[in-house]
Design a protein around this ligand. Sequence first.
Ligand code: SIN
Length: 533
Amino acid sequence: MKLLTAPSGWSTSADVIVIGSGVAGLTTALNLRSYGLSVLLVTKAQIDEGSTKWAQGGIASALGPGDTPDQHKKDTLAAGAGLCDIKAVDVLVSEGPEAVRKLIAQGAVFDKSETGEIALTREGGHLRNRILHAGGDATGAEVSRALLAAVNEDSGIEVIEHALVIDALKSKTGRVCGVTLHVIGAGSRDGVGRALARAVVVATGGLGQVYSQTTNPAVSTGDGVALALRAGAKIADVEFIQFHPTVLWQDLANRGQQPLISEAVRGEGAILLNSKDEQFMIGKHPQADLAPRDVVAIEIFNQMRLSGQPHVWLDATKIKDFANRFPTIYASCTQNGIDPTRERIPVAPASHYASGGVLVDLNGKSSIDGLYVCGESACTGAHGANRLASNSLLEGLVFGARIAAALSNKLPVQQEAVDDHKSILLDPKILLPLQIAMSEGAGVLRSEASLTKTLQTLGELSKLTSTEPCIEAWEATNLHLLATVIVKSALLRTESRGSHWRSDYPNSQDKWLSRIVQQIDESGNWKNTLEMI
Ligand code: SIN
């Protein structure tokens, strides 16, 4: 299966194509260069427009005095609610400190304490202060700046901006040997083209736009995960969509990207209050307001249902020097008429992070030869049923380096692409009803009834096909495929675990200590299997 496009009008090639310019893509590209491989880095908008630059809280890593990778591992496993792949967590926490030191050597500047040490804060699910941050609450922007500076200096990385990846190209042996992409460009590289390579690394980030309200930017339409699914790759853990508990509540009619209020605000002392001024997280979890974020999100959701209010309150008025410690959040609040140094902030959960994605091994290899996946698009198993706060930038750093190392000694010669699949395309007007259906039926709390209704809506929407390829249609078709795989998995998992909450199955069950893997075959048939962790 592939997306309907105009015929390819141009072609290019490199040793490796990296799709995406967040922390995962940039890290992979830079590491590939250290092995002398040529890289084509394609990115959907401008090079700094992905999710990474929006990351506020930071990077979790066992760098503080007395902290150890083992303690970081324990917190990661606890947040992951029994579904983490322990080997992947071991890799993440043990290779994390070195990856962060390398990032610092590459020029990233993290905030320091008064004594000149790297300042470490806390976020939900961490039993220690281990979150590095930069610019107060602009960590992702600093990481992105430092990595981009290194990429810009490297003439062996060719960058194509405004390039939406469409589909994988495969050789006759089934190996991924390139991609089709659509470029809004100039000169000879404009419109649909083919980029050929000896391996392809998908690092396209998240799929938050599948919901009406998300912390993700508009570019987060899951294009790489949809590409991998259409190419036949295994996808896992996609029912575990993480809802960030504290997103600035503006208005129910507000759609798309919403301002995040970092968990670090609670890490520095802010508390959640309900409409009766009760600190409702006390007694709900030993870590109260700093419980893992799935626990906090569902409790906020429960409080909203009880009160009939569309939000709860976050009281950050006791935090000293808020405007300097959290400049981005201070600006979002004041732009919305709220002074967080004097007033409570209205907050509600919104979709934030896909803990699952394309199933990969410890070197980022998918189930298809030639296709590697890194960052939020991947399911390494390090997050299980709920990612621990600030483990995502870290995952991009650690696994990006591992993918490059694996590719440095495993690249076959370039193979020829064969192109014999049937095409699909949906009308872009499906997007709004799709997002509404997903938010209503497959959001923080789901049930068989709500999920079945959502699947029916998706079925109806799939009849609205189009013969006019354009960016909006490709994105809508991708989101439709991703919504479908999320709902199918959420229906299958008849329990509550991590960020997957079923009102009809409120408890976790040991028989579900395995991961749901979905795949589509060449004829478009869906297959699901349960894989033990
Ligand atoms: C936050 O700053 O609360 C978000 C951090 C994360 O998603 O890991």
